[in-house]
Design a protein around this ligand. Structure first.
Ligand code: F0G
Length: 481
């Protein structure tokens, strides 16, 4: 909760206390340099024991509440017909108002089932913006992605409160040009992931859902980042200032033909699911759940996680639970902006997104600015973020590089995990890095997987710049870690 201090400053005060903690390790810079080399200069390949603050993602690593842990003890371990399933189904009904639920082991598993069922080769999926696994599943089933996010959504700096909104005129035009029958579905990702955790407004979602319905096109809502989006609907749209969070989620559940979510994000556990009110859609997908996930009453999830998810979903309707990530993102963004570092604004959810396009403007885009910044930040501070730029993209059909519209270093802020002093530490080390940014150089692939290359790809620096960076750190910080 932002509270005003005597100085007039707004401080993001934590509305929880830590009662179970994990010890952290901060390696000396020389060892961080060595760990970065062993990890092929890819933060995904670092061992977590070599990482001080793990800001790679919020996926599966959010802090759980004591009520969630307590619920885990109450799980019903049965293959079929588990009581746990019915409790979770009930929680989903209460939160979203949806009748049918297909459990899956995580978000991309939902995407697999949805895309196998609804994408026919040659069809298009329209969306505000893709997520990496979503696009991979669409392409695997012979489809293509068309993105129609408003132009401000791809601008680092903007005043627009809902930068994840779809461009309605473009949506109408795309439907006319492509033809409704060739459109597999319209997907709304709210909040967005790859473009800075930006929210989508309720007005926009209402309009998109109506257009889809009128054109007879399936509408799908990716609710993985619902918690942040709820916070922004509540705080940035005055029409919803007095609407309860449950009323908002109930409306979202009723707008779209179906929704799916990664419960690694929504509900702070490890799992996922597809929900709908349409029996025909449920029946079209049902047989793929036992084929890929597990029986219909667990879908690849542990029953303990399912119990915790039922609690976590209800806790998503608690403003103090959902506010902490956005207010910490804002706090980190403010510190970085004060140091002259460009970040995505207005600050969104999920994490703080540093603009590597300008931070590393001396590096050619073909040498992966955001990837280079991610590994330089690890060397400088022992914290790891995630490259969300060209490395996360897919090469063009002719093998040429597809340059990302934004080159971002995402510093994820898992819910209720980090403290304000840790945020200040990250800002301090990034400020040092910014002052020494001329030392950061480019990267090139030594091993490049064809699908989702950012996960296991290995890279090498184009020169000995990481050594020079580590040496300068030692000179400037003396004995300090
Ligand atoms: N949709 C969105 C919007 C996501 O952010 C994610 C995952 C998925 C789908 C896939 O879900 O991981 O459970 O299979 N985002 C994670 C991240 C991986 O780090 O941002 P999943």
């Amino acid at each position: 909760m932002p509270v005003k201090f005597r100085s007039g400053e707004n401080i993001p005060l934590e509305m929880h206390k830590a009662r179970m903690v994990q010890r952290l390790n901060l390696l000396p810079v020389e060892e961080r340099l060595k760990a970065s080399q062993e990890a092929g200069n890819n933060t995904f390949l670092l061992k977590n024991s070599d990482v001080f603050l793990d800001m790679l993602t919020d996926s599966g690593v959010n802090a759980m509440s004591q009520a969630q842990y307590a619920a885990m003890m109450n799980a019903d371990d049965s293959y079929a017909g588990s009581e746990t399933f019915y409790r979770l189904e009930e929680a989903l009904k209460e939160v979203f108002g949806t009748k049918y639920f297909l459990p899956c082991h995580q978000g991309r598993a939902c995407e697999n089932i949805i895309c196998q069922t609804f994408i026919k080769p040659g069809q298009t999926a329209i969306m505000n913006y893709h997520f990496t696994t979503t696009k991979a599943h669409i392409m695997r089933n012979g489809g293509t992605v068309v993105e129609i996010i408003k132009k401000e959504g791809l601008e680092v700096k903007s005043e627009l409160p809902f930068k994840g909104d779809l461009d309605i005129e473009r949506l109408k035009n795309e439907i006319k040009t492509i033809g409704a029958e060739k459109i597999a579905f319209i997907r709304v990702e709210a909040g967005t992931n790859l473009v800075g955790g930006q929210p989508v407004s309720m007005a926009n979602m209402r309009e998109v859902a109506k257009i889809a319905k009128d054109a007879g096109i399936l509408s799908i809502y990716d609710a993985s980042l619902l918690a942040d989006n709820l916070y922004f609907i509540k705080t940035r749209d005055k029409d919803f200032a007095n609407t309860s969070l449950n009323q908002i989620t109930l409306e979202l559940g009723s707008l779209f033909d179906m929704a799916y979510f990664s419960a690694r994000k929504l509900g702070c556990v490890r799992g996922g699911g597809i929900i709908t009110n349409r029996e025909d859609l449920y029946n079209a997908m049902i047989s793929l759940v036992p084929l890929y996930e597990g029986f219909l009453t667990y879908g690849g999830m542990s029953v303990r996680e399912m119990e915790a998810l039922a609690v976590g979903l209800r806790e998503t309707l608690d403003f103090h639970v959902i506010e902490q990530t956005p207010i910490f993102v804002e706090a980190l963004a403010k510190e970085l902006l004060a140091s002259g570092i460009s970040v995505v604004t207005p600050p969104g959810g999920l994490g703080c997104h540093v603009n590597a396009m300008s931070f590393c403007d001396h590096i050619p885009q073909s040498e992966y600015r955001a990837g280079a910044l991610a590994i330089a930040a690890y060397i400088a501070g022992g914290f790891r973020g995630m490259e969300r730029g060209t490395i996360s993209e897919v090469r063009n059909a002719d093998g040429s590089e597809h340059f990302a519209e934004m080159e971002l270093l995402r510093l994820a802020l898992p819910k209720r995990v980090f403290t304000l002093s840790q945020i200040k530490y990250v800002a301090d080390r990034l400020t040092w890095l910014y002052e020494n940014r001329h030392l950061i150089g480019g990267l090139r692939f030594t091993f490049e997987p064809e699908v989702l290359r950012f996960f296991f790809g290995r890279l090498e620096p184009v020169s000995d710049w990481p050594q020079k960076l580590a040496k300068k750190f030692r000179e400037d910080f003396g004995d300090s870690l």
